[in-house]
Write a protein that binds this ligand. Sequence first.
Ligand SMILES: Cc1ncc(C[n+]2csc(CCOP(=O)(O)OP(=O)(O)O)c2C)c(N)n1
Ligand SMILES: [Mg+2]
Length: 670
Amino acid sequence: MSTIADKTVSGRPHPGAGPLSPDELRRVHAYWRAANYLSVGQIYLYDNPLLREPLRPEHVKRRLLGHWGTTPGLNFIYVHFNRLIKKHDLNVIYITGPGHGGPGLLANTYLEGTYSEFYTNIPQNAGGMKQLFKQFSFPGGVPSHVAPETPGSIHEGGELGYAIAHAYGAAFDNPDLVVCCVVGDGEAETGPLAASWHSNKFLNPVRDGAVLPVLHLNGYKIANPTVLGRLTDEELTDLFTGYGYKPHFVEGAEPELMHQLMAATLDSALAEIKAIQNDARTSGFRQRPTWPMIVLRTPKGWTGPKIVDGLAVEGSYRAHQVPVAEPRTNPEHLKILDEWMKSYHAEELFDQNGKLIPELAELAPSGDRRMGANPHANGGLLLKDLVAPDFRDYAVAVSKPGQVVAEATRVLGQFLRDVMKLNAEARNFRVFGPDETASNRLEALYEATDKVFTGQILPSDDHLSPEGRVMEVLSEHLCQGWLEGYLLTGRHGFFSCYEAFVHIIDSMFNQHAKWLKVTRDIPWRRPIASMNYLLTSHVWRQDHNGFSHQDPGFIDHVVNKKADTVRVYLPPDANTLLSVADHCLSSRHYVNVIVAGKQPALQWLDMDSAIKHCTAGIGIWEWASTDQGSEPDAVVACAGDVPTLETLAAVDLLRRNFPDAKLRVVNVVT
Ligand SMILES: Cc1ncc(C[n+]2csc(CCOP(=O)(O)OP(=O)(O)O)c2C)c(N)n1
Ligand SMILES: [Mg+2]
C-alpha cells in the first residue's frame, strides 16, 4: 500500500512545474493558511483573535468544541475550487459530506465576504473576527457543523451519508451547475453513501449538471482507520472504475506539491466534464459517460499539531476533534496552540484592521459566483410555481356515496401525468420512487414521460430512457436524498413509497424536517417546495404480501414534529386524494405525508363535497349519521380510506341492529 510519505517523495512534480505560477502558488497557499487560521481560532479563541498579544489562558474558550481533523482538507478543496471558479467563471456549489468541519465552511464564507453580508454583526475586521471565533459552538452562537445558518449550504452536516445523493439531486435539471461534493472516507462506509455512487446512472449530461465527488481520504474516522483509507490505490481504482468513475489521485502532505497537484487535477477533471457535456449537448446522449472523481489522500488534521502528550495527532484519528484539549490549564498545551496558530502567520494575511489583504481577497470569486452566495444553495430564490391542471377535471363521478368503485392512486396518476406535461418545459418537476411507481398505480405518468436511466437499455425494458423524469432506484435513501437535493435547489417533486418501507428513511425525514424548521426563521433563506410523500400499499391491504409489508408507524414518527413543519393527510377516497395532492404540490416548506390505498375501493364524496371536506380537514358525514343534529348516542370517528370503509360498515350494522341509536359519523382528513 502506498503511504502519503511515499507519494510526496516519489515521482511528483516539482512545485515550480505545476499549473500555478510561483506567485499564484504563494497566494493560494496563503489563502489556505488564512482559512486554517480562522478555523483553529473558532475552535479555541474567545479573545485576542489576531494574536497581537501573547496568548494567555483567558483568551481560550472554557469549553472546547468542534472538529479540526477534516477541516484543513475542506479548506484546501475550497480554495482550489475558488481558483477553478474564477478561472472558468463556473457556477459551483459546495457540499460538505463531513459537515462536522463547520469551522472550515464558516472560515471560507467569511474570507470570501458572504458571511459578513448575511451576518452584518460579523464584519471583516478584528472585531468581526473576534465575534466569528466566539460565536462558534457557543451558547446563543452558531452550530459546530455545517448547518442551515451556513451560507452556501444545502446539506446539514450532522448525519453522515447523504452528500452524494444531495449533490446529484442538485445537479439534475441544472445543466450549468457543477457540484463539488466532498465525501468523508468514514461517511463512505454508510449504506446510503455506498449506494449513491450509482447516481451517475441517472444523470444525463445533455440536461443535467455535473457532480465532482472528492473522496476525502484522510484515513480516519473518530477512533478508527477507515475502510477505504486502508485500500491500495489499485483497489480504489478498481472500485471507482466499477462505479463508473475515473479516479484522479491527489496524495501527499507537502503543501506546495499538493497545491500544484490539486490545481492540475481540477483542471483535468473540469476538462473531462466539459468534454462529456459538449459531446452530449452537440451529438445527443449516446452512452453513459465515465465521470471524473478525485481521491484526496492527505493526513487527518493536516498542518495541525504533530505530537501532543507524546502521542501522534496529525495524520491520526486523534486529530478528529480538538487536538489540544487543555490550553487553559496546561501550559504545554497553551504553547502548542500558540505555535500552531502562529505557524499560519496571520500577520502576513490580515491587515492592520484584521481584514484579509487584497491580494488574497481577490482569489475568491465575486458576487453570486462565491460558493457561499450561489443562489442554488438558497433554492427558494429560484423557485417557480408549479403549473397544475385543474384537479377537478380528474374527478370520479360520485352521484351517491358508496356506489362507485375506483382506485384512488390510479386517478391521482392521471393528475400527476398532466402536472408532468405542463411543467415539462420548465424542467422543475420529478417523481421519485423505489421501483414502485407502476406498482403504486401511478403509471399514467408514463404517458407523459419515462423512467430515467443512463445505463444500458434493452428493447424489452419498460418506459426506460435517458430523458425520463420518473426516478426509480431500489434505494429509499437515494430517492429521499435526490429529492431533498432537488427541492433544496428550488424545484418540485413527489415521492411515492410503500408505507412499510418508508421507515428506511425515518432519519433522513428527521434531518430534512429540522432543516425546514430552522430555515423558516433564517431571514435570508427563502421557502422551498414541500417534500411530498404518498404512502400507499398501506398496512390495511396486503393481500399478497402480508405481515412483512405492514407498518403504519411512519405517521407516528412524523407527528412527533410540530404542525408548522409536518402535515399528515388521510384522504378517504379518490376525489379527496386529488384535492389533497393539489394542495400539497402548491404548498411551501412543509413535509406532507399523504396515505392512500391503491386497491379498488368504494367512493364516498363527489368533488364539491371532497373539496369542502378537505378544506375543513374534519367533518360530520351527515349522510352516514342518524343523529340528525341532536345529541348523539355515539360518535364514530374515522380517518384513512380503509378505516373509513370499516367504520361505515360498522355503522351500517349498528343501524340495522339498533335502528333507534343516534349515531354521528366524523371523518378526519388532516
Ligand atoms: C450516520 C452517522 N453516524 C455516526 C456519526 C458520528 N460521527 C461523526 S464524525 C464521524 C467520523 C467521520 O469520519 P469521516 O467521514 O472520515 O470524516 P473526517 O475524517 O473527514 O472527519 C462519526 C462516526 C454521524 N455523524 N453520522
Ligand atoms: Mg476521514
